[in-house]
Design a protein around this ligand. Sequence first.
Ligand SMILES: NC(=O)c1ccc[n+]([C@@H]2O[C@H](COP(=O)([O-])OP(=O)(O)OC[C@H]3O[C@@H](n4cnc5c(N)ncnc54)[C@H](O)[C@@H]3O)[C@@H](O)[C@H]2O)c1
Length: 307
Amino acid sequence: MAGFIGFHLARYLNARGDFVIGLDNFNTYYDVTLKKKRAQLLQEEGMELLTADIRDRDLLQLALLRHSITHVVHLAAQAGVRHSLYEPDDYVASNLHGFVSVLEACRKVPSLKLIYASSSSVYGLNRKIPFSVEDKTDSPTNLYGATKKANEAIAHAYHHLYGLFVTGLRYFTVYGPWGRPDMAYFRFTEAIAKGETIQVFNHGKMRRDFTYIDDIVRGTAAAIDLGAPCEIFNLGNHRPIELLYLIEWIEKALGKKARKEFLPLQPGETLETCADIEVSRKILNFFPSVPLEEGMSHFINWYTQNS
Ligand SMILES: NC(=O)c1ccc[n+]([C@@H]2O[C@H](COP(=O)([O-])OP(=O)(O)OC[C@H]3O[C@@H](n4cnc5c(N)ncnc54)[C@H](O)[C@@H]3O)[C@@H](O)[C@H]2O)c1
């Protein structure tokens, strides 16, 4: 819950009157100070946050029972595509071992509903645009995407075996204030602001379906409220943006020119992502409404006030 999406979701749920309790292991994948600041704000707003690893199954189960938890939103994972090339074991630990640990704890609590984060990365080599939940996802291009694909398969098995209600949300490039410093929009902003060189892969000819955090929070809350038996939804913006356009936009917003180093496509990267959100519109009433320019303005304001 000290993570980017968990932080925003927790504030939203708490503000609407839900009882929210969170857990995070505060790992050092990116700046822990940022995670601690998010956690502090959540605590100031009255939420409890346990410092623990999701692999601690006994602790998880105790917390679920002690607080009569009805819904678990499982967002704790090792994210990032590039990191998976160098530290594969982090993905096995959190996204596979950790994921099963969460499911094992959840299945023992009657009528509990699990909502978990999947990713657009499951689409891997899928060439069909936009990516539909009906499309095949058998060709991941990196270990991160492969673990998310495995999560969906494991969740299905737990639904089949134990009747656990499971909803997977395939998030598409989520951005916004309090965001993740490892993501391109954050790295570009930071480097341009400091006059440092940015690395632009594939000459910037990559398109990402950037989705603003408030839209993601609304879609996730809708999935919680639906509590479907076994579903997967795309949560994306359906408006892919080219990275070069994003860079130009940041340059204008900061009033500074980027120093660019053009590099080839990184192994494991996809050229384009775009979510087909027809099903999410119909079932979750999911209508993302924040254009990139507006969302990035919120991010840049937050960044300039906090750096
Ligand atoms: N942000 C995106 O664009 C995006 C896109 C697709 C999918 N997702 C998925 O959404 C979820 C949330 O992403 P985010 O952007 O908020 O990432 P994040 O890294 O900010 O948040 C994840 C949090 O989980 C914690 N964590 C990791 N491993 C843990 C473990 N073993 N035990 C306890 N805590 C652990 C981390 O400390 C971190 O605070 C992740 O599952 C991610 O894979 C995110």
